[in-house]
Unconditional design. Structure first.
Ligand code: SAM
Ligand code: DTB
Ligand code: SF4
Length: 332
């Protein structure tokens, strides 16, 4: 698998784009881009040391820590997101994880129940989950859970030391077992090699069932973090990775995620051509800026693309019965 991803990636760019386009056209309706709205429901003060993250309490990033948002305020934001044409509402919390029976988890479940009544796809990203927490989130109405592997297994310890790659995979397994869709991807620009990026895709393509969506973030260097002075990801490296992701994960939404403020309209157009079919929509990601809504709608219109209709009955992708279930590929 890795050898094939390597071969695909290192072809002449137009050959790669042609193949990715073919796969995209065979699997997805013409010209649709999913709009997702992000909301940070608990910001900053996180115990973890992810070297890219403005929300880690270990770094002096100047971010204002905020407690868990009340259900009323979340609902206001969720209604506004639905009204603006967003079909997925993704709520993020800067926690290492959540534990059943705690007041804060009960509050999150209550928020999820209310948001899911609005009919959008509901995604949460709350850190580590055990099987029981995953089951309760699913029951409350979460359709997809975001938990990124971020990079290759080999590079991960250079980025995070407070938890492991296997901790991440365990949560993903719990999410799959509970019947939620998995949203799992990574970040480019963490000091990794192209090989690390392809190994990350190899891991994602080995998930059974495959991830429903794959966010590809480009590092937004955050002042105060150890990665504050990392340089911008090369746009053609980003486009190539999106194209290989499209080929390796034909049924997954490939989400052009953090870092679009640094991309030209032309660069984003190439990313869509290569197979990206989802974006975060709205002026703010979790803590960092994102393009203006109007600019995004204008860009989609200019390219002849349109916002995707909601998939209210979003089901988790089915597993291949001939292969072992779980996020860890056979033999890993
Ligand atoms: N705490 C939860 C977790 O770690 O899964 C959820 C929130 S975390 C901020 C979600 C993802 O956002 C990370 O896994 C990473 O891929 C992405 N991310 C965070 N900071 C970023 C940055 N500065 N630039 C690009 N992507 C970033
Ligand atoms: C993902 O892969 N990217 C989103 C979402 N999942 C939760 C988060 C991007 C965060 C960008 C940095 C910030 O806003 O602090
Ligand atoms: Fe915490 Fe998530 Fe940021 Fe890591 S990425 S520091 S776990 S909020």
């Amino acid at each position: 698998m890795y050898a094939e991803l390597h071969r695909l990636y290192h072809q002449p760019l137009f050959d790669l784009l042609k193949q990715a386009r073919g796969v995209h056209e065979a699997h997805w309706p013409e010209g649709q881009v999913q709009l997702c709205t992000l909301l940070s429901i608990k910001t900053g003060g996180c115990s973890e040391d992810c070297g890219y993250c403005a929300q880690s309490a270990r770094f002096d990033t100047g971010l204002k820590v905020e407690r868990l948002m009340g259900a009323g305020e979340v609902m206001e934001r969720a209604r506004a997101a639905a009204a603006s044409g967003s079909t997925r509402f993704c709520m993020g919390a800067a926690w290492r994880g959540v534990r059943g029976g705690t007041e804060r988890f009960e509050q999150v479940l209550d928020i999820v129940r209310q948001v899911s009544a609005l009919g959008m796809e509901v995604c949460t990203t709350l850190g580590e989950l055990g099987p029981e927490e995953a089951r309760q989130l699913k029951e409350a109405g979460v359709t997809a859970y975001n938990h990124n592997i971020d990079t290759s297994r080999e590079h991960y310890p250079n980025v995070v030391t407070s938890h492991t790659y296997d901790d991440r995979l365990r949560t993903i397994k719990n999410v799959q077992d509970a019947g939620m869709s998995v949203c799992c991807g990574g970040i480019l620009g963490l000091g990794e090699t192209i090989e690390d990026r392809l190994k990350m895709l190899e891991v994602l393509a080995g998930f059974n069932p495959p991830p429903e969506s794959v966010p590809i973030n480009s590092l937004m260097p955050m002042p105060g973090t150890p990665m504050a002075d990392h340089s911008q990801v090369d746009v053609f490296d980003l486009v190539r990775l999106i194209a290989v992701a499209r080929i390796a994960l034909p049924g997954a939404k490939v989400r052009l995620s953090a870092g679009r403020t640094a991309l030209s309209r032309e660069a984003q157009a190439l990313c869509f051509f290569a197979g990206a079919n989802s974006i975060f929509y709205g002026e703010k990601l979790l803590t960092a800026p994102n393009p203006e809504k109007n600019d995004d709608l204008t860009l989609l219109h200019t390219l002849g693309l349109m916002p995707q209709q909601p998939d209210r009955g979003l089901e988790a992708p089915g597993a291949d019965p001939a292969r072992p279930r779980g996020p860890v590929p056979c033999g890993a």
